[in-house]
Design a protein around this ligand. Structure first.
Ligand code: XMP
Length: 606
């Protein structure tokens, strides 16, 4: 192998691919291997990292992998599931329990090369149901965590055996919320494995351009271009690789866009010199019809994804370019969240990963130059390609647009299931002096690499932001069946909440578009648009205290790669303005802000 390299074994954890990206950032090549790959494949690497997994190590799930890796004289480091597997293999004990979500303080037991240059206490990111209860004879505890609640000690957050060169982290150093995760990964890769930093990204654009030319051959590309940063960067790369005549672009107004979005997108492409073969189609009716009476998130997503393909094929036919390959600005989280690697759970089906597109991919009809990148890398690439800053740093907008921010219901929510959660909820939220109510509607989340579809809790009462976030952490830990907490911004605490029957309609879309517009304008007016990574505005069909028909929820978050996120507070003055503006929109009966990190929530509600 030309470069020193690390093998990352992908057990299907949501962050497995992120590990390779993080290693590569230290200019060391990292490659994904499958757990059942033959042992010969592993011997050429200078180190092995075992990823997390949706499987439970305590139950022996996914345990028939190439265990001969443990016989190799190559350092091995495991994260979460990988950590538990290493502990088990060397005589430790893994139990189902000791779960932790989100940020935790890890106390480092002694100076160790893995933690070189770090403090005695480090913030790490946890997301697990299983834990290592005992370690084997050759191992030592290198770190333990104390979670907020009265100093409860969680042992074996980090373990290691210098003799065997085997190490494990219960947490995820690869996610940005482990504040010094990068340093920990670099310490393993460089100090313990001895890798030299010879792999550079400087020729990345050339590599991509060549890859497009190889894949496309003498054909041409018809690119679905939403106007977001991903499809815009993809358009630039296609233009460089193929020249303007072999690139056609299609912008579809699916009726689920932001206020005045499509006109702005078309102007932007002209300004970027991409107007040569730019086509536009207004297809709002087709999308509304396809969404029909659907209320389930995955069915809505399927309807939207399929309609994109239908519209694309119709337009290609009209233009006489049916032979063109479909171009998409798909990025890595789109694939991983759709369960697109062998073991990953489907958290939600991204619009560019519906089965009909998967089929086209399998038959070589799709080209996606950004499919192994995260948003942060796409933005870096966009800057290198000279795309203006404002475009590169626009908030991401999901392909299904407002369709996944407009929750629907058949009106038959199970109130008894919500009532059953109340005693545990009161015990958890009571100590913070907050009123708490379970909302009779469900939203999508991700817990320990698995999809969840559970109820949100709404807190009412005065508290500072950190206390609210802490209270939400306690609820997630102690009340099963909750994956989101929101804070009521309306003047009164609700006494009764009822779910209403609702589907996607033009009237609801227009209302959400207006609320979203007020939110976006507010962020810009207060100069914080770029500090906030993304800010969905969501409508939930609820009647509160016998009035209105929509609860509006603001979802400002901080993130870097969208695989994790933290709720972002808004300035009080902005909240006051939004309260006045949004509560006076017709039909809105409440306003709240989302306090939920990802995990256990996701960024979008569906
Ligand atoms: P979640 O909600 O899973 O979202 O935390 C992660 C990021 O992905 C965006 N998103 C999508 N983007 N097509 C897209 O192009 C989709 O179907 C889709 N669904 C979610 C979401 O806005 C967030 O930035």
């Amino acid at each position: 192998m030309k470069h020193d390299a690390i093998a990352v074994i992908d057990f299907g954890g949501q962050y497995a691919h992120l590990i390779t990206t993080k290693v590569r950032r230290h200019r060391v090549l990292a490659e994904i291997l499958q757990p059942e790959d033959p042992i010969e494949k592993f011997t050429q690497y200078k180190g092995i990292i075992i990823s997390g997994s949706p499987a439970l190590s305590s139950h022996g799930e996914d345990s028939s992998y190439t265990k001969e890796i443990y016989d190799l004289d190559i350092p091995i480091l495991g994260f979460c599931f990988g950590h538990q597997e290493i502990a088990k293999h060397y005589g430790g004990k893994v139990v189902h329990g000791g779960l932790e979500w989100g940020r935790a303080d890890m106390h480092i037991v002694r100076d160790h090369p893995l933690f070189r240059g770090l403090g005695k206490v480090e913030t790490v990111w946890m997301s697990h149901f299983d834990s290592v209860a005992e370690i084997g004879p050759d191992f030592e505890e290198l770190g333990y965590t104390l979670l907020g609640d009265a100093g409860k000690v969680h042992h074996n957050a980090a373990i290691g055996s210098d003799k065997l060169k085997r190490y494990g982290f219960q947490y995820h150093p690869e996610v940005d919320d482990t504040i010094h995760g990068d340093e920990m990964i670099a310490n393993f890769v460089k100090d313990i494995c001895g890798c030299k930093d010879s792999w550079t990204m400087d020729n990345y654009i050339d590599e991509k351009v060549n890859a497009i030319r190889r894949q496309v051959g003498d054909q041409s590309v018809f690119l679905l271009a939403s106007g977001g940063v991903d499809s815009t960067v993809a358009a630039k790369l296609f233009g460089m690789a193929l020249g303007p005549d072999r690139l056609h672009m299609l912008h579809v107004d699916n009726g689920l866009m932001r206020k005045d979005e499509s006109a702005g997108v078309l102007r932007m492409y002209e300004d970027l010199g991409l107007g040569n073969n730019l086509h536009f189609v207004s297809a709002a009716d087709a999308f509304l019809e396809a969404l029909g009476m659907e209320v389930e998130p995955e069915k809505k997503r399927a309807a939207i994804g399929n309609t994109f393909v239908e519209v694309f094929e119709r337009e290609a036919k009209k233009l006489g370019i049916e032979d063109h390959l479909l171009g998409q600005g798909t990025i890595y989280p789109d694939t991983i969240e759709t369960g697109g690697t062998k073991r990953a759970d489907t958290i939600k089906t991204h619009h560019n990963r519906v089965p009909i597109i998967e089929k086209m991919i399998a038959s070589g009809k799709v080209v996606e130059p950004l499919a192994d990148l995260y948003k942060v890398e796409v933005r870096e690439l966009g800057e290198k390609l000279g795309i203006p800053h404002d475009i590169v740093w626009r908030h991401p907008f999901p392909g299904p647009g407002l369709g996944v921010r407009l929750l629907c219901s058949d009106g038959n929510e199970d109130q008894n299931a919500c009532d059953a959660l109340v005693p545990d909820l009161q015990a958890a939220a009571g100590q913070y002096g907050l009123d708490a109510i379970v909302l009779p509607i469900k939203s999508v989340g991700v817990k320990a690499d698995l999809r969840s579809y559970e109820h949100p809790v709404m807190f009412s009462g005065a508290a500072d932001w950190n206390k609210l976030v802490e209270a939400s952490g306690k609820v997630f830990k102690e009340v099963a069946g909750i994956n989101r907490c929101i804070w009521n911004l309306s003047p009164n605490a609700p006494r009764s909440v009822r779910t209403l029957r609702a589907t996607i309609t033009q009237e609801r879309l227009d209302l959400l578009r207006e609320a979203d517009h007020l939110m976006m304008e507010g962020l810009k007016r207060h100069g914080i648009y770029q500090d906030i990574w993304q800010c969905p505005t969501v409508l939930v069909p609820l009647e509160i205290d016998g009035e209105g028909k929509e609860l509006c929820i603001l979802r400002p978050i901080y993130s870097e790669r969208a695989m994790t996120a933290a709720a972002a507070p808004l300035p009080t003055a902005l909240i006051d303005e939004l309260r006045d503006q949004i509560l006076s929109l017709p039909g809105i009966c409440g306003l709240a802000i989302d306090l939920t990190s990802k995990p256990p929530g996701t960024i979008e509600w569906e």
